[in-house]
Write a protein that binds this ligand. Structure first.
Ligand SMILES: Cc1ncc(COP(=O)(O)O)c(C=O)c1O
Length: 382
């Protein structure tokens, strides 16, 4: 395996990085939004440089090998055989969440989504004045799990879609096949479509597990779902927006495409080039990344769980640590961490103010500094 330097600190402030511009105080380590402080695979960088050197940036079509590359990747990683015809490329997965709402929901219709959840799941139906109902995830010893009884009770005649996030953001749960099947059974019986955001599916940290796509679990799962995936989290290219909606159902796919028309922007040349190079050549980098993230997670989990009053949930996947501060006695855990110099994401944004989400996709030295600040702040509490 090639050596990749995930330990390298790269200055991102000068790049107008959303992550690094968030806090006015430069002493605060930004550990909130889901992008990592690592350079993308070298092959991605080279491909983009080569394309930039041409100097012409006109309208650009989908590279013909991008869909087959995605098809291959999904087959290799999860064993799901997709038909290239099912794939629709979009400039980002949040676009997909919003287009799914336009496609499935009429006026008065509603979505059910687990809570806590990545906030755009809530904004998407709201953007078009559609309702959202939240089903609280159950805490099973630090693993967030679906509450099937609550899901069943929330679904009524106006509920038309379930927003599923697997792996789950912020909790980091990688749902088992049996869990997914149970959810599918309920949704199929109640005739509601599942929109499965699987953007974090390449970031499985549990050594012996792999991601299972909801749509691969049965024919009815495939026929009643919209699956959203993307290379951007995997290869740390969030500034090169690109995602794919995989929709086996012809009718839903046709409507989905119709709803994108004229609204969804072009996918940028560099998004295409980056995605293509990442899928073609990025696997050794991705493997090394997962090893590095596993090390970071283990280190963080040991340290956090050692601090009285706080504990880490999972994560079984993602580089996002959902930290339970409900026994800490803190009124505002996010402020406490930020005052300690650790720029976490406030749990309130996901639906639970007693938690913070800490992004550990960063060089170990930054994570160690963050841990030392957190420990110091907790030890100095009175
Ligand atoms: C679950 C989930 N979906 C979507 C996104 C964002 O996707 P995009 O940048 O492709 O719109 C994120 C980013 O954090 C995410 O966690």
């Amino acid at each position: 395996m090639k050596d990749y330097n995930f330990d390298k600190n790269i200055d991102r402030i000068s790049t107008h990085s959303t992550k690094w511009l968030k806090f006015d105080n430069p002493e605060i380590l930004p550990m909130w939004i889901a992008d990592m402080d690592f350079a993308s695979p070298p092959e991605v960088i080279q491909a983009i440089k080569k394309r930039a050197d041409l100097g012409i940036f006109g309208y650009t079509e989908l590279p013909p090998d991008l869909t087959p590359l995605l098809q291959d990747r999904i087959l290799k990683h999860s064993g799901w055989e997709i038909d290239p015809e099912w794939v629709t490329w979009m400039p980002g997965v949040v676009v997909g969440l919003n287009v799914a709402c336009r496609t499935i929901l009429s006026l008065g219709d509603m979505v059910v989504t687990p809570s806590p959840i990545y906030a755009p799941f809530v904004y998407a139906p709201d953007n078009m004045n559609r309702g959202i109902l939240r089903t609280s995830l159950l805490n099973n010893k630090g693993r967030l799990e679906l509450d099937y009884a609550s899901i069943e009770s929330l679904i009524n005649k106006d509920t038309k879609m379930f927003f599923f996030c697997n792996p789950h953001n912020p909790g980091g749960t990688l749902f088992e096949e049996s869990e997914i099947k149970k959810l599918v059974d309920i949704c199929v019986e109640k005739e509601i479509i599942i929109c499965a955001d699987e953007i974090h599916s390449d970031l499985v940290l549990d050594v012996e597990r792999k991601h299972i796509h909801l749509a691969q679990t049965s024919k009815s799962a495939a026929n009643n779902s919209i699956t959203l995936v993307s290379p951007t989290k995997t290869f740390n290219m969030q500034g090169l927006p690109c995602g794919a909606a995989i929709i086996p159902n012809d009718e839903i796919r046709k409507e989905f495409r119709r709803n994108m028309r004229g609204i969804s922007a072009h996918i940028s040349i560099f998004s295409y080039i980056g995605a293509e190079a990442a899928y073609k050549y990025g696997e050794p980098w991705h493997k090394a990344l997962i090893e590095y993230l596993r090390g970071n997670k283990e280190y963080l989990a040991n340290e956090i769980n050692d601090i009285e009053g706080i504990s880490l949930y999972g994560p079984e996947a993602t580089y996002l640590a959902w930290i339970d501060c409900s026994s800490s006695g803190l009124d505002n855990p996010a402020d406490f961490f930020i005052n300690a110099g650790v720029g976490v994401h406030d749990g309130k944004w996901f639906g639970n103010k007693d938690f913070v989400r800490l992004n550990f996709g960063c060089p170990r030295s930054i994570l160690e500094e963050a841990v030392s600040r957190i420990k110091k702040a907790f030890s100095q509490r009175n």
